[in-house]
Design a protein around this ligand. Structure first.
Ligand code: C2E
Ligand code: MG
Ligand code: MG
Ligand code: MG
Length: 289
């Protein structure tokens, strides 16, 4: 790539960039303006990926994942707009919308499906949201307005976020005190380690997909998964394996005593209307050894 001097900043430092970088910058600026409109125009919606109980078999919950239907660009991945939403502060409004929607949706499933409703709904939280002192009251209000049990809501935070910052940990403890459960998302990819796990106010550890995908071919990854599950169990925490795509991965994770699983083997994230049919057909547990 042709690198060239782009600009001299006020502080006298040189910023060098290439055309691809300019392209990305222009795109993210467009995304921020568009994202602001998207919130007003209701272009954001929530899909739900089933989570299954690996030991007993059968569905046990769902994870809420945000989607954006852009009028020109079509479906935009959260991997593309969550970072932009975080940088611009829009994540606070976006996150509140997802949280409220997910709690209301769980209440609706409980009304229509009774005992067949998902036992819990998981919602992803960004570091920016965790820095807002108002988050705790917000979570409490969403749960109360929906009329769901606090224990039916699980909030997912990434390990670096939960581990690094004492303010964040204190906020998580306040949320836990409401009865809401906390999961450590993408475990294995961040800064923290098994040695820090006992300091974190979490109920569940989610083993990252990158470990699951190497579990059968790499001793290192498999042993790390095994150790994570054993340490988590010792601390009274449950475990979820992310990104299970094959029956043999499911069987391995089941053998390693992982509590729950999530992945394309069972289902991709589904539109809200597609969840009840999926639950009612109760697909056979293909992991059964
Ligand atoms: P995550 O929380 O780790 O969610 C799991 C991601 O893995 C989802 O991607 C899901 O669609 C994908 N996935 C699930 N099973 C499989 C599988 O078997 N194979 C593969 N290849 N992928 C699988 P998605 O929906 O694109 O979300 C990506 C990330 O964006 C999420 O990762 C989460 O960090 C973030 N995100 C999504 N929705 C929200 C939200 O409402 N708020 C915040 N703050 N972040 C969100
Ligand atoms: Mg998650
Ligand atoms: Mg995850
Ligand atoms: Mg992940």
């Amino acid at each position: 790539t042709a690198m060239y001097e782009a600009k001299r900043t006020g502080r006298g430092r040189y910023v060098v960039f290439d055309p691809a970088m300019h392209e990305r910058l222009a795109r993210s600026v467009a995304t921020e303006a568009d994202l602001r409109l998207a919130l007003q125009r209701n272009e954001l919606f929530v899909v739900y990926q089933p989570v299954v109980d690996l030991q007993r078999g059968g569905p046990c919950g769902v994870e809420a994942l945000v989607r954006w239907r852009h009028p020109q660009r079509g479906l935009v991945s959260p991997l593309e707009f969550i970072a932009v939403a975080e940088e611009s502060g829009l994540i606070v409004a976006l996150g509140a919308h997802v949280l409220r929607t997910a709690c209301q949706q769980l209440a609706a499933w409980q009304r229509s499906l009774g005992a067949q409703a998902p036992a819990s709904v998981a919602v992803n939280l960004s570091a920016v949201q965790l820095r807002q002192p108002s988050l705790v009251a917000e979570v409490q209000r969403c749960v109360a307005e929906a009329g769901i049990a606090p224990g039916a809501l699980q909030l997912e935070v990434t390990e670096s976020l939960a581990a690094q910052d004492e303010t964040a940990r204190a906020r998580l403890r306040e949320i836990k005190a409401l009865g809401v459960r906390i999961a450590l998302d993408d475990f294995g990819t961040g800064y923290s380690s098994l040695a820090c796990l006992h300091q974190l106010p979490v109920d569940t550890v989610k083993i990252d997909r990158s470990f699951v995908s190497h579990a059968e071919t790499s001793d290192y990854h498999r042993v790390l998964i095994e150790a994570t599950i054993r340490v988590a169990r010792t601390l009274g925490m449950d475990t979820v394996a992310e990104g299970i795509e094959t029956p043999s991965q499911a069987a391995l994770l089941q053998r390693l005593d992982c509590g729950r699983g999530q992945g394309y083997l069972w289902s991709p994230p589904l539109a809200a209307e597609a969840v009840a049919p999926w639950l009612l057909q109760r697909p056979p547990q293909r992991a059964a050894a």
